[in-house]
Every structure is written in structure tokens, then in C-alpha cells.
Design a protein around this ligand. Sequence first.
Ligand SMILES: [Zn+2]
Length: 133
Amino acid sequence: MPRRRKRFPCGHQGYGQICHYCAQLAQASASKTRQQEQARLARQEWQASFAHDVVHLEGLPKAIVLKARQVIAEILAGADYRQFKGKRLNHDRRVISIPLSYHYRLICYDMGDRIEPRSVLSHEDYNVKKPKA
Ligand SMILES: [Zn+2]
């Protein structure tokens, strides 16, 4: 006996007990909702991670945030800033600038007995804040 196409309550036509077109749409929509939920949780976790930073890193590119955290952790653990190509500024020898990338610098202060990470500046911030000679 040949199967008969029928019209489902949704208006689509097809074979079987359920409308496969609508079932597929529902599945795609559920999978999209799961992906959105995962993305939302990942964003939330990322936002929450900034609460543990000793330096304000929010709003910086992710790669810079991760690099900064790594360097900060090593500096706080007693690593030498020169191992990260850090340099003392000429106009204030207490200030140490450590490159994180071509555009970003981690600024630290030499407190005498320890090096204190203070901020991450972009190339632009850095040039603006540098006093004129
Ligand atoms: Zn349908």
C-alpha cells in the first residue's frame, strides 16, 4: 500500500506521525538556544574573572588580558622584570614599562622592596601620559 502524503496541523505536508520539517526546525532552534546559553555563561565567567586581577584589565583585548595576568603573576612571584624586556623610564626610574605586545605596556612601580604592577596602557595612553621633556 503506497504511503499517503498528509497535511499536518502546522500546514506542511509529508509522511509519518510528525511533521519532519517542523521537528527539524525545533531541533535547530534548541541547539541554537544551547549555544547561546553556553556563550552567555562563557561571557559571564570572563567578566567575573576580572574581580581577581590586581590591575584593571577589563575592556582590553583577550590576548592582552591573558598575557598581562601571566606577567603580573610572575612579577608578584619575584621574577625579574628584565626577563620580560621591561625597562625603567628615563624621566622616572621608579616606573618600569613591560611590553605585552606592540601596542600594550604593563606599567609597574618599584616600591624598593618589591615591584608593584599598576596598570596596562595602550601605546596611545602611554604617549599621552608621558610628560614632555
Ligand atoms: Zn510543519
